[in-house]
Design a protein around this ligand. Sequence first.
Ligand SMILES: N[C@@H]1[C@@H](O)[C@H](O)[C@@H](COP(=O)(O)O)O[C@@H]1O
Length: 290
Amino acid sequence: MRLVIRDNAATVADYVAEYIKERILQFEPSAERPFVIGLPTGSSPIGVYKRLVAYHRDGILSFKHVVTFNMDEYVGLPRDHPESYHSFMWEHLFKHVDIPPESVNILDGNAADLQAECERYEAKIASYGGIELFLGGIGPDGHIAFNEPGSSLQSRTRVKTLAYETIIANARFFGGDVSKVPKLALTVGVGTVMDAREVVVIITGASKAIALAKCIEEGVNHMWTVSAIQTHPRSLIACDDDATLELHVKTVRYFKSIEQVQDEMIGRENLGLYGQVAGPLRYTVIPSGN
Ligand SMILES: N[C@@H]1[C@@H](O)[C@H](O)[C@@H](COP(=O)(O)O)O[C@@H]1O
């Protein structure tokens, strides 16, 4: 696993947006071979979406051959409710780019048969040959998507009851009124996320500091479901300084030194993603710490 530390949420967003842009461009997606990406909602990815929209506006990035699968959706909230994840995604990303609407996949939290909807979703992901890159954020309790503490680390897409801490955290989107926050959600499982060929997680802010420390410095544990990322062969956490508050100084220095060595050996401008070196250097470098 790699940990990339930046000064603040804005520079984390710069890094992650550029990372995703490069991954899509290097993949050279086509109609027959689209780039399949898993996407989160929440405040963490908003800066990334803004930058992806800007890449599109500047003619650098197209979403014509990108297929998306969102992580989760509330149960029972009308699709056009301003706080539904459908609304969020169209507002922050999809309506600003050239993605064909049929390439957007978001769980239907109003389906008559919620279980069947979850099974349909998994089957659709499989029909594309799986997800290339899953981007995620986490809750303060270390949940990824809506995989609350205690979720099986092999879980698949399913109906989930939200933890009280999550309901309180998300009340800010419902005028601070806890009673208005849906108590159920559909969510991809931890296993669904970990099946992606690559996982990238954004962790910013002091409120996520304990979760980041649990995820990185302690063992894989279903009480901090994002910690499953330790078992993934190709994973990256992008965090800001505030999120490192609970990490050991040694941990922070270790991951910073890895980046520094990479920069010195290869040069930042030539360092592609996960050893895929862009520019004139074409050899493969696998950075340690992966
Ligand atoms: N289901 C979503 C998660 O996918 C998201 O990661 C989390 C964090 O949100 P924020 O980025 O706003 O802190 O919120 C919700 O619980």
